[in-house]
Design a protein around this ligand. Structure first.
Ligand code: K7E
Ligand code: CUA
Ligand code: CA
Length: 639
């Protein structure tokens, strides 16, 4: 099949189906939800995958025992509220870093240190036990990852977590004030961008749900607004917010630090899905970051409710004059999902979702608009081309090609951005669709190795398929999702592997392993309460408040027993004095809801009430030594 034929075949049925989407959208969406038994029957012709190469390719992702992966993958943990770390291309899950929700292995949400990060109520209990993470991104320097931090969102409670990539731990969680449904997140890609503006990396956060501001409980949805937030990467404080019409879905940033963008599917400001899909076009909103920072500095802002965070006005009505505008609303087709920055720094791509199109927006033209050099903002769109049904997210190979997931078609489409621009400009011979690959099934996010960096290397593409159906052994009604790995190094995409994942990661990034240098042993001095010598161990009483200090060295705790009185409020501090890599101990107390770990040279503490008289065998929960089972301490509580 020639490339010509491929594009014709793929484009012509689209016209008919686009009508289907526009005119019978409700029925169409109902079909999506039910996820028809044979998702590919309605799909357009598919490029043949070279069958011969398949087996060899698949073998390339199977690492021999002891072999290490060449890429890290950071996967959002979805409902488990953590960040999962995978080795790629094997797809092996190496660890999970708990952030927003408790974790029974490390004692996240159990130790005082993790509770401080997560936030507690007055009674010491956790503020939140549930989470919904979607997007994970890492810090950049000069357009590539620098190995300092990763950030992840919690949609439910509008929180952003920072993960330190030296120790792979979450060290800060920030609440976004006056935001509900915090969705997209993306940091600056250059650092620093403009020395005149004193800042470190900024993390941009899109508020998806519009709410009354202040949130008085008004039912007039037309008055609801959403906020786009900027968080300082170092302090993790919210620096400023932008008031918006519509909502924020995904977020992207330019490589020069001048622009951030968010796609909007609800310019209608509707409160029901029928209302949200009433208009034929929605928007991709661009933020002029320098102007926003200047407006904040000049004091042109409001605040809402208890929040002291400055909020500048980014609504359409207040930003009609390009010479002063803080925002620009570029019109893009119907309920777009996903906005992604191409690795050459030139384009943002918005996928149409309810329109079968991808829109290519040229950043220099958006800047021209703000400078008064582009009369019509719509002219910033340099291509709006048909890709297939239900386009959602786009990844890049660094060779000028984009890869967009087609949710309804259960496909990924490979297309050339410059050819799409030529096609849009009138050259109908320009072949922009290069390949299509069937997926199993209904893909959402995808990402290629190093995709949204200047070092996009075009080797592998991972796709998060929302439905797995028949791809794995049945395990009851709750199916895993299917992460599919694709070789994109050649002209044709080749499916390499399926991996089940627990729902629902949504998004992930994949980057070269040498960009990270994690530490494997903590530094004792970094913990203010460290017990540096086993001789400092003991029970220290101050009325009903008792501090128990203890150390661990395989196969023993420094206190073989410790005595308490019923009703004592106990803080137990444990330092792991073992210095050997991989020598972690655990500490569990039966019937007291205590179990946590201490890694080599780490100190952690728990606070609990000794509310039951009796003997409680505290024991090591992490297999550490031939005498691991014997590694115990007796907590004796006198009645
Ligand atoms: Cu699932 Cu990025 Cu929340 Cu698209 S989002 S799929
Ligand atoms: Cu210490 Cu097991
Ligand atoms: Ca809409």
């Amino acid at each position: 099949m020639s490339d010509n034929k491929l594009q014709e075949d793929s484009a012509s049925p689209m016209l008919g189906r686009r009508k289907f989407i526009n005119y019978t959208a409700l029925a169409g969406l109902a079909g999506v939800a039910a996820c028809s038994e044979k998702p590919s029957t309605a799909a357009p012709p598919v490029a043949p995958v070279p069958a011969a190469g398949g087996g060899d390719h698949a073998a390339s992702v199977h690492l021999k025992p002891g072999e290490l992966d060449t890429y890290y993958g950071f996967w959002s943990g979805g409902h488990t509220g953590d960040m999962r770390v995978l080795g790629m291309p094997s797809g092996r899950e190496i660890t999970r870093i708990p952030c927003f929700a408790p974790d029974a292995l490390v004692g996240w949400g159990i130790t005082n240190e993790s509770k401080k990060v997560m936030g507690t109520k007055a009674d010491g209990s956790l503020r939140y036990n549930v989470a919904d993470t979607h997007h994970v991104h890492a810090s950049y320097k000069d357009g590539n990852y620098d190995g300092r931090y990763a950030w992840i969102n919690d949609k439910i409670n509008a929180r952003v977590a920072r993960i330190r990539l030296d120790y792979f731990v979450c060290d800060k969680i920030t609440d976004l004030p006056n935001v509900q449904g915090f969705h997209g997140i993306f940091p600056d890609k250059a650092d620093p961008v403009d020395a005149a503006i004193n800042y470190t990396t900024r993390v941009f956060c899109g508020g998806e749900f519009s709410i009354p501001l202040p949130n008085t409980g008004s039912d007039d949805a037309s008055q609801y607004r959403s906020l786009f937030s900027c968080v300082d990467a170092e302090t993790m404080e919210v620096r400023w917010q932008v008031l918006l019409d519509g909502n924020c879905d995904l977020v992207a940033t330019s490589y020069d630090g001048k622009l951030a963008a968010t796609n909007q599917y609800n310019v209608e400001m509707g409160a029901s899905y029928e209302d949200m899909m009433a208009a034929e076009r929605d928007a991709c909103v661009f933020f002029n970051i320098a102007r926003i920072e200047a407006a904040v500095k000049a004091g042109s802002f409001k605040t809402y409710g208890d929040s002291k965070v400055p909020v500048v006005d980014g609504t359409r009505a207040a930003n009609q004059d390009p010479a002063t505008a803080l925002t620009a609303y570029v019109s893009v087709p119907k309920n777009p999902h996903g906005v992604n920055a191409s690795p050459d720094g030139k384009y943002f791509i918005c996928a149409g979702k309810l329109s079968p199109t991808g829109s290519v927006i040229e950043l220099s033209r958006v800047l021209d608009y703000f400078d008064g050099k582009l009369a019509k903002l719509d002219d910033a769109i340099v291509a709006e081309v048909e890709l297939g049904l239900g386009p959602l997210h786009t990844a890049f190979d660094g060779r000028g090609n984009a890869y967009t997931t087609l949710f309804l078609d259960s496909q990924v489409v490979k297309w050339n951005v410059e050819a799409a621009i030529k096609f849009h400009a009138g050259d109908k011979t320009a072949q922009y669709v290069l390949d299509r690959l069937d997926l199993s099934y209904q893909p959402g996010h995808l990402n290629a190795t190093q995709s949204e960096t200047r070092a996009a290397d075009g080797k592998y593409l991972a796709v998060g398929c929302k439905f797995s159906k028949d791809r794995f052994l049945p395990v009851g009604p709750l199916h895993p999702e299917n992460e599919q790995l694709i070789d994109i190094s050649g002209d044709k995409m080749v499916l390499l592997a399926d991996h089940p994942v627990r729902g629902e990661p949504h998004d992930f990034i994949i980057f070269k392993r040498d960009l990270l240098r994690p530490k494997q042993v903590y530094t004792l001095e970094d913990f203010p309460h460290a017990i540096k010598d086993p001789k400092e161990s003991g029970v220290f009483r101050d009325g009903r408040k008792v501090t128990v200090k203890m150390t661990s060295q395989a196969p023993a705790f420094s206190l073989r027993d410790f005595k308490l009185k019923k009703g004592d409020e106990v803080t137990l501090i444990l330092t792991n004095l073992d210095k050997v890599e991989d020598l972690t101990h655990g500490f569990a107390i039966p019937n007291h809801n205590v179990n946590f770990i201490v890694n080599p040279q780490e100190t952690a503490s728990v606070t609990f009430t000794a509310d039951k008289a009796g003997v409680f065998w505290c024991y090591c929960t992490h297999f550490c030594h031939a005498l691991h089972l014997e590694m115990r301490s007796r907590m004796i509580v006198e009645g």
